[in-house]
Design a protein around this ligand. Structure first.
Ligand code: UN1
Length: 500
């Protein structure tokens, strides 16, 4: 059924104004749970729009970097307050454009609120160090300095939280921002920019240009006037961004794939482990970089665990995330659904045992959306493609293991290193796991998802390039250290020489 209401039309935000694309082109943002529903029309930006946004951000930077950080923070505090007031409205809009259930989109908006308050608090910290000089009558300290225009390219799975992870630390550190939100979910990023604008962010300090990767993302990453690029998305695109940044040595933060694991030991609380595997594997339809797409289970409890896990997953209700009876929403788009279906075929051909799901859902309430049944493969070997490659959908591969050591080996035996979890009641094993799992995030007796904003977020190996988001780690990325020496001795003092 087509919607009768006129579509909402959204524009770019450049230099404090909502403006059309120079090209005059726009694209449709449709609900993945019901493609008849048009969420809104968004600008298809080109390099000209990106250049205009970058120019505005470059000009605005001249003044913004000099605004005292506690004053920048006041704007962030006001923006956070507006998000609190509009949480329900923005969450509903996010479910419409992204598909995840309302409880989860409320969590996404909440994560943006948490991040914004946290970074506002940093306005009165942004600590550096003071330390004694090795020479008399000389003072030494380090301060954080801003860098300039930060280009941000963000994904569709956390369409408000992830832009907030990038924008708020960049802004509090004194930088200006050009954001290119995911093509599938521009509305939630637009809302975040809207509250910042209403909270009083000066013109040009925050700019948003919607559109696709080649049209808008690529020129942003390549722009000579953008010294910092922060990207979250696929490993393939991350590689392109790194290449675009290399010629001028731009600071570049990449947050990419995962093949996260839950290791369930023989002494685990099984009910708890099953709860964790269901939420970690199928929350957000498995479309999290932190999703638990592998579960390694000790052989002595394998059958018991798998039978309970399958029963729980069979009972998940798939549908429109705005319906309170829904447990799991659709895939984001047709392409993502196709990827999931391709991996199901790959799993079958590799000899994994399909325990539940494995099919698209496309009749009744699922007729108009990109739905896939929650799917579990059992008896997987660690080297199967479904146990090695990121699927980014509702597919979990269960791998039998013999021992703790094998669990760690399987966990670490993938090209990614974002998040890993172990369920055990043995404190020695738990601590050894926190030491030996080579990932950026480790959970004990909790699933692989659920990171909090005041701790570093990111991963090892091909998940990233060594940076972390959120927490003080984000400030570290969006600022540079400046070391300052003040000699008040009134004579030449040579370090390493005159004092030895
Ligand atoms: C992601 O997995 O893409 O830790 C981001 C979590 C959320 C963020 C996830 N706070 O699951």
């Amino acid at each position: 059924m087509a919607t009768s209401v006129a579509p909402r039309v959204f524009k770019n935000f450049i230099n404090g104004e909502w403006v059309e694309s120079r090209s005059g082109k726009a694209y449709e943002n449709r609900n993945p749970a019901n493609t008849d529903e048009l969420v809104g029309m968004f600008v298809s930006s080109t390099s000209e729009d990106v250049d205009a946004a970058v120019d505005a951000a470059k000009e605005a930077y001249k003044k913004w970097r000099l605004v005292p950080a506690p004053k920048r923070a006041e704007i962030l505090f006001r923006a956070a307050e507006l998000l609190v007031q509009r949480k329900e409205e923005y969450s509903k809009d996010m479910t419409r454009e992204m598909g995840k259930v309302l409880a989860e989109t409320r969590g996404d908006v909440q994560e943006a609120i948490d991040m914004t308050y946290y970074m506002a608090g940093e306005g009165r910290r942004l600590f550096g160090q003071t330390t004694p000089s090795e020479l008399p009558n000389k003072f030494a300290m380090s301060v954080r300095q801003s860098i300039g225009v930060c280009g941000m390219i963000t994904p569709w799975n956390f369409p408000m939280a992830i832009p907030s992870w990038k924008m708020t630390p960049a802004l509090i550190s004194g930088n200006t921002v050009v954001l290119k939100p995911a093509e599938d979910t521009p509305l939630s990023s637009y809302h975040l920019v809207q509250v910042l604008a209403e909270a009083g962010i000066p013109p040009g300090v925050v700019n948003i240009v919607s559109g696709d990767g080649p049209g808008a993302g690529a020129p942003l990453a390549a722009s000579e006037d953008v010294p910092v690029v922060s990207f979250t998305g696929s490993t393939a695109v991350g590689r392109l961004i790194a290449q675009a940044c290399a010629p001028t040595f731009k600071h570049c933060s990449l947050e990419m794939g995962g093949k996260n694991i839950i290791v369930v030991m023989d002494d685990a609380n099984l009910d708890l482990a099953v709860d964790g595997a269901v939420w970690g594997g199928f929350g957000t339809t498995g479309q999290r970089c932190t999703a638990a797409s592998r579960v390694a289970v000790h052989k002595s409890i394998y059958h018991e665990f798998v039978s309970r896990f399958v029963d729980r997953v069979k009972a998940l209700r798939v549908g429109n995330g705005l319906d309170s009876a829904t447990d799991m929403g659709p895939c984001i788009n047709e392409q993502q659904l196709k990827t999931v279906m391709d991996y199901v075929e790959i799993g079958k051909n590799e000899g994994a045992k399909l325990l539940t799901g494995g099919n698209r859902l496309d009749s009744g309430i699922h007729l108009k959306g990109w739905f896939h049944a929650p799917t579990i493969f059992g008896d997987c070997s660690p080297q199967m493609r479904i146990a090695q490659e990121e699927i980014f959908g509702p597919v979990v591969s269960v791998i039998p293991i013999d021992s703790f050591e094998q669990g760690i080996e399987v966990a670490n035996g993938v090209p990614y290193g974002l998040s890993a979890s172990i369920y055990t009641r043995n404190v020695n094993q738990a601590f050894a796991a926190t030491r030996d799992l080579y990932t950026g995030i480790v959970y004990v007796n909790a699933p692989t998802i659920g990171a909090e904003t005041h701790l570093p977020f990111g991963g090892t190996k091909q998940t990233g390039n060594g940076h972390r988001e959120a927490a003080i780690a984000a400030i570290d990325f969006f600022s540079e250290w400046k070391t300052i020496y003040i000699d008040y001795s009134d004579k030449l003092q040579r370090a390493q020489i005159d004092n030895n």
